[in-house]
Ligand binder design. Structure first.
Ligand code: RIB
Ligand code: CA
Length: 290
């Protein structure tokens, strides 16, 4: 395992991805919170709040507060504050610049970047220096809807939200020369991986973390009938990438955020189209539920 930077737009599934990594003892050097599921103030506070309930000391930095070229678009799928009914009311730390932090960190050593949010912050960092990508070992992205199966048809028009929110940023990231693993809706919308109402009474965690999971999951299942573990599944690709099947190819993003892959077996862009159900149960479901 190598050094990890985590970029999130903490909403509920981002929070569960942070909790999952902690369950595996995978400690990001730092986390950058960007806008996406909600505005930057909410996603930054939510990220800090999850770190605090985990008694973690991972530092949280502030990333991009809006897309590169277009207005922010919030769906508030995760509730008005991005965290369902759960209100973190700690006094938020000073807002340290996450884009400069990523750049400075990458100047010193190689990192894997795990992104569970729009790609604005990573794109901004890349545009600071055409050589900085050489210090990125790989990027794992939760994003895209590639229409590779019935699950990959998009969750906002024909696009997936993280890409829809900032297609220009996604074009920059997907055109890098480095290795990338893309975990799209084609995998994460598979009903085999969604959480149902009956799961809520099976939560493993207790104490403040268990209470947080219970309250946020109950809110999301009541609001949306089920809950998709998009971001924990993307995080799983960091420690168990072989549990997925991939198509390699060149990735194209249109101005509406619709993603397509043109197969090229020699490409180092790996778009997942399936995930082994047993590995999911072992690596994710069994970590949260009994
Ligand atoms: O489309 C799902 C993705 O968009 C997830 O990462 C969710 O948290 C939102 O960021
Ligand atoms: Ca997210």
């Amino acid at each position: 395992m190598n050094n990890v930077i985590l970029n999130v737009d903490t909403g509920v599934d981002d929070a569960y991805a942070i909790i999952l990594l902690e369950k595996y003892g995978i400690r990001p050097d730092f986390i950058v919170a960007s806008s996406g599921n909600s505005n930057i103030e909410d996603t930054f506070r939510n990220t800090e709040g999850v770190i605090k309930i985990l008694n973690s000391d991972v530092p949280v930095y502030k990333g991009a507060y809006r897309p590169l070229m277009r207005d922010a678009y919030y769906e508030f799928y995760h509730g008005k504050n991005g965290m369902g009914c759960y209100n973190f009311n700690h006094v938020t730390e000073e807002h340290k610049n996450g884009i400069l932090k990523m750049y400075d960190a990458l100047k010193k050593k190689k990192y894997t970047i795990i992104s569970t949010c729009p790609l604005t912050s990573i794109a901004l960092m890349l545009l600071m220096d055409e050589n900085i990508e050489k210090n990125i070992d790989k990027i794992i992205v939760m994003g895209g809807a590639f229409h590779l199966n019935p699950y990959g048809d998009g969750n906002i028009d024909d696009a997936e939200f993280n890409i829809y929110y900032d297609p220009e940023a996604a074009k920059i990231v997907f055109n890098l020369s480095i290795e990338e693993y893309i975990i799209p809706l084609d995998v994460t919308m598979n009903p085999d991986f969604s959480i149902q109402n009956a799961d809520i009474k099976k939560i493993n965690d207790t104490g403040i973390v268990g209470d947080f999971i219970y309250k946020t999951l109950k809110y999301m299942v009541e609001k949306h009938n089920s809950f998709e573990m998009h971001d924990p599944i993307a995080a799983m690709a960091y420690f168990n990438k072989n549990a997925f099947k991939y198509i390699n190819g060149n990735i194209y993003v249109d101005d509406k955020g619709v993603t397509k892959i043109y197969e090229n077996k020699n490409s180092n862009k790996h778009v997942a189209y399936s995930l082994d159900k047993i590995e999911y149960k072992k690596n994710i479901y069994g970590k949260f539920f009994h």
